[in-house]
Design a protein around this ligand. Structure first.
Ligand code: HEC
Length: 163
């Protein structure tokens, strides 16, 4: 029989099958990897690029860390209406990407206090900031990271505060 001549004992069949199954096993992993990469690319493309108008200062968006990128969402929900796209400011609130908000003058605690208790306007003529109690601690932490990375991407770094 030709079959037994080409394949004595039929030994080849078994390993071939196993090989096919191994590739099949990898497919879900490959799909997950592709989805992760794709998702990452979407996040990057959403957060890079210059903020398009609306703000009172020009803000260039640097490449953001993952946590900073996470902060964009709660910022856009709770702060953007006054502090502007990417912290560039509006007629209702000051730009947070501004040297007076560098971490030496307004440390991370000032962001937490502002969100929790609101702010008595003092640096500008916008008036007071109302408290934003709906923003939780994790969201504030990511918002702070977001603003700090935007600041650094626009040349704003820690400066010792002198009274
Ligand atoms: C309704 C408008 C409005 C909203 C919403 C708002 N802010 Fe403000 N914010 C202001 C105004 C006005 C000031 C006061 C500016 C001044 O000092 O004159 C201010 C000040 C601040 C300051 C400076 C605090 C200080 O000690 O001087 C920080 C930090 C800040 N806001 C962060 C945030 C964050 C984070 C959010 C979102 C969770 C937010 N703001 C939402 C209007 C707003």
């Amino acid at each position: 029989m030709p079959r037994s001549i080409n394949n004595p004992g039929g030994l080849q069949e078994q390993p071939k099958k196993e090989h096919t199954m191994k590739i099949a096993d990898q497919i879900p992993k490959i799909i997950i990897a592709v989805l992760l990469l794709g998702g990452g690319a979407v996040v990057v493309s959403k957060v890079t690029g210059t903020s398009s108008g609306g703000g009172i200062v020009e803000v260039t968006v640097p490449e953001l860390s993952q946590i900073a990128a996470l902060g964009k969402e709660p910022f856009d929900t709770n702060c953007v209406q006054c502090h502007g796209p990417n912290g560039s400011g509006t007629d209702k609130g000051p730009p947070l990407v501004h040297k007076i908000y560098n971490p030496g003058h307004h440390d991370d605690g000032s962001f937490m206090r502002a969100t929790k208790n609101g702010v008595q306007g003092h640096h500008w003529k916008y008036g007071n900031m109302p408290p934003q109690p709906q923003v939780n601690a994790v969201q504030i932490a990511s918002i702070i990271k977001y603003i700090r990375e935007l600041q650094m991407g626009n040349g704003i770094f820690y400066e010792q505060h002198r009274m």
